[in-house]
Write a protein of this length. Structure first.
Lengths: 208, 208
C-alpha cells in the first residue's frame, strides 16, 4: 500500500493517528512519576522517549501542546525532578490505563493500583513494580515549531536496575527483565533477543 | 544496583555508553537513505528516532554533534529529502554494519549488500529489502544546547507498507512484518504482540 502526502492529510482522523503513531517503529514503554505541589503523586505512560546523550546522561520526552491538563509537564516545570520507570510485561494493563484523563486531585498510582516508592530522598515518586527506575532533573526544553510540541530533556541523577539486568560491559538486558515495546498508542510487544554485534569497523566487515 | 550522578560521571567510558544508550528502553530500528551531490547513495542505521506528531505527520531523528563525517546529516541539509526504512529480522546484520565509518565515496548499499530503490520520483533512495519505507522532507531542526546534538524533523511525504502490515483501524502490525527493536548500540530484539487495549477513558477503567 502507498500513502502520499495528500492521502495522509485526508485520512480519517483515528486511522491517521494510529498509522502515524505506529509507523516510526517500536517505542520505549515508560511511566513518568511526578509530584504535584498539593502532594498528589502523578503517574502517566509515555512512549515518545529518546536517548539524547551518554555524557552527560540525557533523555528526552516529547509532550503534546501544553494545556492546563498537562499535569506531568506542569509538575516537571514546578519541581524539576521526575522519574522514568520501565513497564514490564507483568503490569502492562495498569500502566496503559494511567493514560486516562483523571482529574488533578486523583493519583493514577491509586486508581491503577501501582505503588509509589521514594528512594534516596529523590523528590518524585518511583514505581515500585518497575525493575528499571531512573531519576531525572529537568535541564532543557525545545519547542518544536512545526506542531507546537515540546521536547523536555532531563539529566539522569539515579539509575536503579537489578544486577541480572546488566552485563559486565554495561549492556541493559531488556528481555531478561521482561521489558516491552509499544507500537502506536495501544499495542504492547514482548522482546526476545535475536542478535548482538560488535562495534562496526570498516576493516572488520563480516561476510553477509 | 544503584548508580548515582557522580558514579555515572566516573564510569569507564564504554560501560557508561552502553548503560546510558540502553537505559531508555527498546528503540526503533531504521536505516536512513540519502543521496550525496556526487550521486553516491548513502545508508546509515539510526535508533534515536521519535514520533513528533500525526497531523502534520512528523518524525524526529537525533544526530550526534555534527562533523565533516556526518554524511547523512549533510545530505539531508543539502537535498532536504531522505528515507526511513524499517529493519526487519531478515537483514539485521547488514543493517548493523552500515554504522561503520566508510569513506564518503563508498556507498553502504554496496558494501552491506542492500538494494537502493527509487519510488515515485522521490529524491532519496529507499531500501528494497525493507517492508516499511517512509519518504520524508526536512522541515525543522532544534539544537540541544546541553550536549550540542541536533534533532532533525522531517514531514512524511510517502509511506509504503504491505497490506498485511496494517489493520482496518490504521494500526501498524510490527510483529507481523518481523519488525525489530534495538537495545543500546548492539542488541536486536524480535517483537511478539502480547496485549492491545482501547483508548483509556476514566469511566471505563477495567478491574486489574
Amino acid at each position: 500500500m502507498h500513502f502520499k502526502l495528500d492521502t495522509i492529510t485526508n485520512l480519517e482522523k483515528n486511522f491517521r493517528t494510529n498509522l502515524i503513531n505506529g509507523i516510526s517503529g517500536g517505542k520505549p514503554a515508560c511511566l513518568i512519576g511526578t509530584k504535584h505541589h498539593n502532594g498528589i503523586n502523578n503517574l502517566a505512560i509515555f512512549s515518545n522517549i529518546i536517548h539524547i546523550g551518554a555524557n552527560p546522561a540525557l533523555i528526552g520526552i516529547l509532550f503534546r501542546p501544553i494545556s492546563d491538563k498537562s499535569h506531568t509537564y506542569q509538575n516537571i516545570k514546578n519541581n524539576l525532578y521526575f522519574t522514568l520507570n520501565h513497564i514490564d510485561s507483568s503490569f502492562i494493563k495498569k500502566a496503559h490505563y494511567t493514560s486516562a484523563k483523571f482529574p488533578e486531585n486523583t493519583s493514577e498510582f491509586d486508581v491503577c493500583e501501582l505503588t509509589p516508592e521514594f528512594l534516596e530522598d529523590f523528590q518524585a515518586p518511583f514505581v515500585k513494580e518497575s525493575r528499571i527506575k531512573i531519576g531525572l532533573k529537568f535541564v532543557e526544553e525545545q519547542h518544536i515549531t512545526s506542531n507546537d510540541t515540546l521536547l523536555v530533556i532531563g539529566q539522569i541523577e539515579h539509575i536503579f536496575i537489578p544486577k541480572e539486568g546488566l552485563d559486565e560491559e554495561g549492556n541493559v538486558l531488556l528481555a531478561d527483565l521482561n521489558g516491552v515495546s509499544i507500537g502506536g498508542l495501544s499495542t504492547y510487544y514482548e522482546l526476545s533477543k535475536i542478535a548482538q554485534f560488535p562495534y562496526a569497523k570498516i576493516d572488520q566487515i563480516p561476510p553477509f
